[in-house]
Write a protein that binds this ligand. Structure first.
Ligand SMILES: *[C@@H]1O[C@H](CO)[C@@H](O)[C@H](O)[C@H]1NC(C)=O
Ligand SMILES: *[C@@H]1O[C@H](CO)[C@@H](O)[C@H](O)[C@H]1NC(C)=O
Ligand SMILES: *[C@@H]1O[C@H](CO)[C@@H](O)[C@H](O)[C@H]1NC(C)=O
Length: 386
């Protein structure tokens, strides 16, 4: 299988690059000056062609401050738009997006009241069968979370306006399983979420994931944690060390190679660092080819090399591999009982949290089939307290 190359989707357009780089610089200095640039550019044929072809003429929020001036009513200031973009649509290529998302303020204090948020990032090809369960989970906690959805590029999520998923699809690309395209999609989710300066923790979830604790518990667990939760272990087998390529030497040594489930949870600091990395990412793109799976090795290895002490080395997403085979067990309607959900919430496993032992190891669980939705809604308030 051929990895999905960014360039197939984002043919480089030097003119556009110069132009948006200039604007991003300008944003930080002069809003009025920028509005002027946009006005000027809007009369140029290039600008009009670029935006109309992308149907973004009315949502040009690559141009944060200018968008605020152009499409906002008086209430929203350029600063608000800079701190948290109002629309998720943008015209940035991955390179432009990752560059922008990797920026970190050097000042420690924020010039606004910053309430840390948890970014829930869903990777799906299309539908989100558990959206009604998640909506119940999110209900009443506005301002403490944000939702991002990466799907097939043409997929339109059909959810009501009151859903937490409404309008939360990010500009996406097709992903082929087992290719570096999956890492690209993870980075795209992280980068879009990083544009909101209030997002502090970043959870990757799939369409078959469910929450097993209520929002306040999950929020506290993640925002109070000194560690990120990324599976990262050394496995001396063909599925572990066997996937290492010696061509990654000298930058990545076999002893540094790690494996782990892709369903990560990251602090903002680590998320920025992963979006910023191109050196190690490039090595994976070049040398981690089938049957090496970049999504199972890149982040676990990278964190082991540079952020080992910040990682709990375990995932907060429960999964059942006990049946063997290449895919974990999927649970449908018939499996959903109080006892089963209780055993995930507290299944006797001891793990550590902030260096102390705990029995709460998993906040989320996979994989569930759509038929599990109804029974889960039936017992969520009793068993999961939401
Ligand atoms: C979207 O969902 C609503 C309510 O479930 C349904 O009536 C409608 O047909 C759906 N629209 C599409 C395009 O699937
Ligand atoms: C996770 O593994 C790293 C080695 O990569 C280690 O330094 C660190 O202490 C481990 N984290 C915890 C919480 O045990
Ligand atoms: C707890 O979960 C793990 C997998 O995540 C499983 O291996 C183990 O058997 C479970 N233990 C109990 C007592 O259910």
């Amino acid at each position: 299988m051929k990895p999905v190359l960014e360039a197939d989707y984002f043919p480089p357009s030097p003119k556009k690059k110069e132009w948006s780089t200039g604007l991003v610089k300008a944003v930080s200095t002069l809003v009025i000056f920028m509005a002027g640039i946009v006005l000027g550019l809007s009369v140029s044929g290039h600008f009009t062609r670029y935006f109309t072809t992308r149907s973004e003429l009315f949502f040009p929020n690559t141009v944060y401050a200018a968008a605020a001036a152009a499409s906002c009513d008086r209430e929203c200031s350029a600063m608000e738009r800079f701190v948290a973009p109002a629309h998720l649509a943008h015209g940035m290529s991955d390179d432009e997006l990752f560059w922008r998302a990797s920026m970190v303020p050097r000042r420690e204090e924020y010039p606004f009241e910053r309430v840390p948020r948890v970014a829930f990032m869903f990777m799906t090809r299309g539908p989100l069968p558990f959206a009604p369960l998640w909506d119940r989970f999110f209900d009443g906690h506005d301002g403490l979370y944000s939702v991002y959805v990466h799907s097939l590029p043409d997929y339109k999520l059909n959810v009501s306006k009151s859903s937490a998923f409404y309008g939360r699809q990010i500009p996406s690309e097709e992903v082929r399983w087992g290719t570096v395209g999956l890492v690209d999609a993870e980075k795209r989710l992280l980068a879009n979420a990083l544009l909101d300066f209030s997002n502090e923790r970043f959870v990757l979830l799939s369409e078959s994931c469910i929450p097993v604790f209520n929002f306040p518990t999950v929020y506290k667990y993640l925002t109070d944690s000194a560690h990120s939760f990324v599976d990262s272990y050394d496995e001396d087998s063909w599925r572990g060390r066997g996937r290492y390529s010696s061509r990654m030497r000298p930058d990545i040594q076999l002893s540094q190679w790690r494996k782990g489930s892709e369903w990560f949870e990251l602090s903002r600091e680590l998320a920025v660092d992963i979006v910023a990395d191109s050196k190690y990412y490039s090595l994976f793109k070049k040398y981690c080819r089938p049957s090496c799976y970049p999504d199972e090795h890149y982040i676990p290895t990278y964190l082991n090399m540079f952020h080992g002490s910040s990682n709990a080395n375990r995932s907060v997403t429960w999964v059942d591999w006990s049946r063997g085979g290449p895919h974990p067990a999927t649970y449908g309607r018939a499996s959903i009982t109080e006892g089963f959900i209780q055993s995930i919430r507290n299944n006797g496993t001891a793990c550590t949290y902030n260096s102390k032992p705990t029995s709460v190891c998993f906040l989320f669980a996979r994989k569930f089939a759509p038929s599990a939705l109804e029974p889960l809604l039936g017992l969520s308030s009793k068993v999961m307290h939401f």
